[in-house]
Design a protein around this ligand. Structure first.
Ligand code: FEO
Length: 169
């Protein structure tokens, strides 16, 4: 049985993953409104991945006999000056998620809860990938600077992103 402290922390993580999904969906809406459908596609896929992260934790909590308690999600940011500013915000967001996962892992260690530690290893690896993806996008957008042709080429590239296979997201 999970400790109450760990249950509360996992519920907070579910909230953060759902807030991430909401934030990425707002970024998708921003790109749709600014005629950058490829970047919107990238953000839509990311939003869906975040929902699946929340559901992994949701299912885990149920499996361990805990109770899922959903908390409110704040209104995300809707407007940005440039595509670069959007991806910088995405990276900042991922860094916050990474810190939260690491804190959760530390708590699972302190509580000597081995199954939770094993479950969280997937998230630890995922965060390395999520931060790397956002960093690559930032580097490419910096290279493109304010060149419209380069931005449109990147938009096409981001438009080629496809959802990961079920379970791998
Ligand atoms: Fe589920 Fe992007 O953190």
């Amino acid at each position: 049985m999970l400790s109450q402290k760990l249950q509360d922390a996992i519920n907070s993580q579910i909230n953060l993953e759902m807030a991430s999904s909401y934030a990425y969906l707002a970024m998708a809406a921003h790109f749709e409104a600014n005629s950058l459908p490829g970047m919107a596609n990238w953000m839509r896929i990311q939003a869906n991945e975040e929902t699946s992260h929340a559901m992994k934790l949701f299912d885990y909590l149920c499996e361990r006999g805990g109770k899922v308690v959903l908390k409110p999600i704040a209104e995300p940011r809707h407007d940005y000056e440039t595509p670069l500013a959007v991806f910088e915000d995405a990276l900042h967001h991922e860094q916050t998620v990474t810190a939260s996962i690491n804190t959760l892992y530390g708590l699972a260690q302190a509580e000597i809860d081995y199954p939770t530690q094993v479950m969280l290893q997937w998230f630890i690896n995922e965060q390395v990938e999520e931060e790397a993806n956002a960093t690559t996008a930032i580097d490419q957008l910096k290279m493109a600077a304010n060149n419209p042709s380069a931005i449109l080429m990147l938009d096409q590239m981001f438009g080629a992103r496809v959802p990961e296979a079920a379970g791998a997201e």
